[in-house]
Design a protein around this ligand. Structure first.
Ligand code: HEC
Length: 139
């Protein structure tokens, strides 16, 4: 009994000390990154694979700095997907990647935080307002 009484305050002090060592930006971003990880597993994994390397010739790898530093390209690709030229110049354009506009603004922002923080040089923070504005602009 006595040992428990001593241990509890010690544990509390240890937890406080540990949490105060986190970098200042992390507490805000962590929930977004976790949501992004889950959303990626649910919606992107079947093509780009859980590790984001995709499948050669079919689904591009997302481990590309060019992509992971381009906020507009990421928002547009996720919301509107990708169309490509069909087999001949007169053929109908083909859908290469589905539009994911059924995801919420929060989920799209979280996906971008997750993939940029996991595979890019720095985390791209996109606001829900940025995503909302891009819903109306289909390039
Ligand atoms: C049905 C398969 C499929 C799903 C599901 C899918 N993608 Fe894609 N994605 C593709 C294909 C195919 C391309 C390449 C399109 C092209 O060549 O322009 C692509 C392209 C991209 C690109 C641009 C790559 C580049 O080099 O410009 C990004 C970023 C991306 N996907 C992210 C995602 C994310 C994040 C998800 C989940 C929210 C997702 N994709 C879901 C098939 C898919």
């Amino acid at each position: 009994m006595a040992s428990r009484l001593i241990f509890a305050p010690l544990a509390a002090a240890w937890l406080l000390a540990a949490s105060s060592q986190l970098p200042a930006a992390e507490p805000d971003l962590n929930p977004a990154i976790l949501l992004g990880e889950q959303t990626f597993a649910d919606n992107c994994r079947k093509c780009h694979q859980l590790d984001g390397y995709g499948e050669e010739a079919l689904y591009p790898s997302l481990h590309q700095q060019r992509l992971l530093s381009d906020k507009t390209l990421l928002i547009q690709t996720l919301l509107h997907g990708r169309m490509g030229q069909g087999p001949s110049p007169t053929a109908e354009p083909e859908r290469l990647m589905p539009a994911l506009d059924f995801l919420s603004n929060r989920e799209i922002a979280a996906l971008i935080a997750y993939i940029s923080s996991s595979w890019g040089d720095e985390v791209i923070v996109v606001s829900e307002e940025d995503v909302q504005a891009a819903r109306q602009t289909n390039p």
